[in-house]
Design a protein around this ligand. Sequence first.
Ligand code: ADP
Ligand code: MN
Ligand code: MN
Ligand code: MN
Ligand code: MN
Length: 335
Amino acid sequence: MTYKAEYIWIDGTQPTAKLRSKTKILADGAELPVWGFDGSSTSQAEGHASDRVLKPVASYPDPIRGGAHVLVLCEVFDIDGTPHESNTRAALRETSERYADQESLFGIEQEYTFFQGARPLGFPEGGFPAPQGGYYCGVGADEIFGRAVVEKHLDNCLAAGLTLSGINAEVMPGQWEFQVGPLSPLEVADQLWVARWLLYRTAEDFGISATLDPKPVKGDWNGAGAHTNFSTKAMREGYEAVVEAAEALGRDGKPLEHIKHYGAGVESRLTGAHETAPWNEYSYGVSDRGASVRIPWQVEVDKKGYIEDRRPNANVDPYVVTRLIVDTCAAALEK
Ligand code: ADP
Ligand code: MN
Ligand code: MN
Ligand code: MN
Ligand code: MN
């Protein structure tokens, strides 16, 4: 007997990487081997030296195929064993190791938008739906578009053993959110990439596509973000560390250093309108959804907890955003 292993990796497409996958048939009980692929077809190599290496780093029960089949998340390496330049997970491994004693946790809110053909799901042909207002956490066929896909995606994520904390309908029709975490930096980023793969794969069977475009519709419609919630052990134990983390993100050129890597097109989403802060002005505040970083009101009441970095785009690389936040905040808290 055999089982199917779906090898999933992140490609070299610029400015936003895409997910790729292919299937390997393995003998029952066989371990997951290193594998290869044609990097010239994924913006990860030139044609004359095209071989790239897939190294399994995490595997999950495959909820689509069921049985003993698995999803296998991989890192990409050159044939000499160095991480490929598109491999952003390699740098996160080092950073999370360096600050392991601070026990960082992340919860990432992934917003996304369904499309059918060229239009967001729920947008009428050649026009616009009623303005925003009733769609967020709505109910009913006049407000909700794609729930069957969303429910199936959630079930698939749970069956794969992913730690999701919830889902909700978003402010624009056809726009939704799921939350992954709280988990360690590597776990949250791995699981978010796999949850994204499952989103595309689940929607595919409904003839629907999903996009992480940060501003899928121009004009007076909310963009799509990936609010990144963060804590260390010290922050979960006391308020001083919570404030210090929020302060650290605003010091010494950090705001721009972070923003540059918070997803392509971040300036188009962080305009100061639609529950965002302007991309070039750092601010933080309690309960403030117009700030770059929010301290949830409950955190201020409890005098401990976490902060929410509201700036990352939906299309952010979770390996990068978690590395930057740990690098900035854990370094500041170490002092
Ligand atoms: P909202 O929409 O109000 O901003 P959500 O409920 O969508 O909030 O998301 C909150 C996120 O915060 C969840 O992903 C959750 O896992 C995460 N979270 C909760 N506690 C912590 C913590 N101590 N450290 C990091 N993340 C946390
Ligand atoms: Mn071939
Ligand atoms: Mn949310
Ligand atoms: Mn949201
Ligand atoms: Mn949020």
